[in-house]
Ligand binder design. Structure first.
Ligand SMILES: [Fe+2]
Length: 135
């Protein structure tokens, strides 16, 4: 199953939206690499990309939140930190055991579904706050 971008995922902040699209694409590529039983190298590349892009995106988003004095920054940052930790652990697990069914399930629920939910529930609030400060 692949995740698709839809209107309800748009925060209205094009900088954030572009990165979210890239993240969803990275999750899809990882899932495809897992299920197609692709070579180790493809799998490692998709994992490394997801891990580094997640860190980059969260860093960018957190800087924006600081810049615009987002009131829920601490809570949002801890959600990001927990997710980064989860992704790091998942990456080492896949590198160690390969894409087992349990791990693929974790990628779907813990990474893909988490992201969609986080965008809809949290990032939309961030973008609305930035917008209100810009006007
Ligand atoms: Fe976020």
């Amino acid at each position: 199953m692949a995740y698709t971008w839809s209107k309800d995922l748009e925060t209205g902040n094009s900088f954030i939206d572009t990165q979210h699209q890239q993240l969803i694409k990275a999750v899809n590529e990882l899932l495809a690499a897992c299920s197609a039983g692709q070579g180790r190298e493809v799998l490692d590349n998709t994992l490394n990309f997801l891990e580094s892009y997640t860190a980059k995106h969260f860093g960018d988003e957190e800087r924006l939140q600081m810049q615009y004095k987002y009131p829920d920054y601490n809570n949002h940052k801890s959600l990001h930190d927990n997710f980064k930790k989860f992704v790091n652990e998942l990456v080492s697990q896949v590198k160690k055991d390969g894409p087992t069914a349990t791990i693929i399930n974790k990628v779907t629920l813990g990474v893909g579904d988490w992201l969609i939910n986080h965008i809809k529930k949290e990032d939309i609030k961030v973008a609305a706050h930035i917008k209100s400060k810009r006007n």
